[in-house]
Design a protein around this ligand. Structure first.
Ligand SMILES: [Zn+2]
Ligand SMILES: [Zn+2]
Length: 97
């Protein structure tokens, strides 16, 4: 049962309110960093689709401001994903709830 205002990974159903990858080609496909890194495919979605990086309002880029933002685990997953897919393909989008 989804709580209002929370977002869930369509693949593993993990809560992704703080950080998720939204497919730019499928409607309502949002993946957690774990599934994104693993190249999860579900329904019409394929791993090579375009993505937007979406955060729940606490996104901070690396550096001094990162403290209190993402957990180191989330950050590492994102770094892994960037290494795998390249940052240039992405559109960064912030949502302030
Ligand atoms: Zn997931
Ligand atoms: Zn897709």
């Amino acid at each position: 049962m989804a709580e209002l205002g929370k977002k869930y990974c369509v693949y593993c159903l993990a809560e992704v309110s703080s950080l998720r990858f939204r497919c730019t080609e499928c409607a309502d496909i949002e993946l957690c960093p774990d599934c994104f890194s693993a190249g999860a495919e579900i329904g019409p979605h394929r791993r090579w689709h375009g993505y937007q990086l979406v955060d729940g309002g606490r996104f901070t880029l690396w550096g001094a401001e990162a403290e209190g933002g993402w957990s180191s685990r989330e950050e590492q997953l994102l770094l892994d994903a960037i290494e795998q897919f390249g940052f240039g393909n992405w559109v960064l989008e912030s949502e302030y709830l």
